[in-house]
Design a protein around this ligand. Structure first.
Ligand code: GDP
Length: 433
């Protein structure tokens, strides 16, 4: 579903408004200025349309002051959302902070709407008119408390919100392939990027027809140029305090979606963490190719390495199909080996199995191991086709229901036969009556 980010200074009445928009009391309303709530994303439904509502939480002044932190969050909102709703307190009017954030929002190419809260009576209409000068069009007056205006606001939001989340630039056109470098904090993402970015400048000019988005980095690995997407935040070391954690996860998601293949960096000296698993799941769900890169091997004693590898693998059986590389970003050891793994993963991700071969293989498998009988009937598998690549997606037409266990069996055999190392695969069943 498309994403609407709600941004605004602390205490302008965002949470009350969000509650109104959701029609239920779920967002925690905090009256304490500067209180930061992170991770607040809701599934919203209006007039039969679904969207995700992200409440950015209160803004806390960081080292650079309130203005800078507000601008940074607005920037993040624009990078990750399909539309932004700026909330301003009508009883206070536009502050310099509101103006700063409006400036940031005006520069972006994401649709923005302005709404004025705390409009609890008509006296404030002149104050609302003053908000035009924020340059974001008509200010929508709402009273979070009474609910006045929120229906109109929702109607207007749906008009600017695209039907589906924006395509974050996943292109099929040539040029360097897009890589997301992701992983939990401190696994060495910046270190790895810095290490491989060394030679970039010299090769940039040789890549014909590439315009590099400033948030991406061109990187040479093993004689080939790759586009590491959305790396600006890595270079700048995004402040992970004060509610930025949720944004770190939105960022990770956005990077994965913009990429064709994800390098999930994992600390080889530590057990697999929940956060590692979450990032891997994001890659799987986004349907991107996957390379697991274990970093910091220089910290692991030689005689512990085998045990360590076993321990890591125990928690990664579910992505047995992913490519693996062991490196040290610090020493540079084996870093070039990431490239062949990326190539293998992408080749699988792009791969198409001809329908004839697919059905020939399927007939053999089904003959040898027919699907289990259900309610006295033997389901027949009539036909299979690879409906899509990136990731490989298969559709099976059957005459009856196939049990989950049998579907997993088919998926396993499919991988055994055709490979697909490094890529997730999808399989859907269409039952023909
Ligand atoms: P990020 O949060 O994922 O970007 O992680 P950083 O690149 O900032 O690295 C976190 C810390 O781990 C830093 O102190 C790095 O110097 C250190 N580090 C990164 N890679 C390695 C490695 O291969 N070996 C060792 N010993 N330390 C590393």
């Amino acid at each position: 579903a498309p994403v609407l980010a709600v941004v605004g200074r602390p205490n302008v009445g965002k949470s009350t408004l969000v509650n109104r928009l959701l029609g239920r009391r779920e967002a925690v309303v905090q009256d304490i200025p500067g209180v930061t709530r992170d991770r607040i994303a809701y599934d919203a439904l209006w007039n039969g349309r679904r969207f995700t509502l992200v409440d950015t939480g209160g803004w806390e002044p960081d080292a650079k002051g309130l203005q800078a932190s507000v601008a940074a969050q607005a920037e993040m909102a624009m990078q990750t959302a399909d539309a932004v709703l700026l909330v301003v307190d009508a009883s206070v009017g536009a502050t310099t902070t509101d103006e700063a954030v409006a400036r940031v929002l005006r520069r972006g190419d994401v649709p923005v709407m302005l709404c004025a809260t705390k409009v609890d009576d008509d006296r404030l209409t002149s104050d609302i008119a003053a908000l035009w000068r924020l340059g974001l069009g008509e200010p929508y007056p709402v009273s979070g408390l009474h609910g006045r205006g929120s229906g109109d606001l929702l109607d207007a939001i749906l008009e600017i919100l695209p039907e589906s989340p924006r395509d974050l630039g996943l292109g099929t056109a040539g040029g360097p392939r897009r890589v997301a470098l992701v992983g939990k904090p401190n696994v060495g993402k910046s270190s790895l990027l810095n290490r491989v970015s060394g030679e970039v400048r010299s090769v940039v000019h040789d890549v014909a027809g590439t315009t590099v988005d400033p948030v991406d980095s061109l990187v040479e690995l093993d004689g080939e140029v790759w586009r590491f997407v959305d790396t600006a935040g890595l270079r700048k070391r995004v402040n992970t305090a004060s509610g930025m954690e949720y944004y770190a996860s939105l960022r990770t998601k956005a990077a994965i979606e913009a990429a064709e293949v994800a390098v999930v960096l994992i600390d080889a000296g530590e057990p697999i963490a929940e956060q590692d698993q979450r990032v891997i799941t994001m890659v799987e769900e986004a349907g991107r190719a996957l390379v697991l890169v274990f970093n910091k091997w220089d910290l692991v004693d030689e005689d512990r390495r085998l045990a360590m590898k076993r321990e890591l693998e125990r928690d990664l059986v579910r992505v047995r199909w992913a490519e693996r590389v062991n490196i040290s970003a610090l020493t540079g050891r084996s870093v070039a080996k990431i490239a062949p793994a990326l190539r293998t993963a992408l080749a699988s991700w792009d791969r198409r199995v001809p329908t004839g071969r697919l059905n020939g293989w399927l007939a053999e498998v089904v003959n040898a191991t027919p699907p289990p009988v259900r309610s006295g009937k033997q389901p027949k598998i009539l036909f299979a086709t690879q409906a899509a690549t990136r990731p490989p997606t298969f559709v099976l037409f059957t005459s009856g229901f196939l049990e989950a266990g049998y579907r997993r069996f088919l998926e396993r055999r499919l991988r055994e036969e055709f490979g697909f190392t490094g890529s997730p695969i999808r399989m859907s069943i269409r039952v023909r009556e």
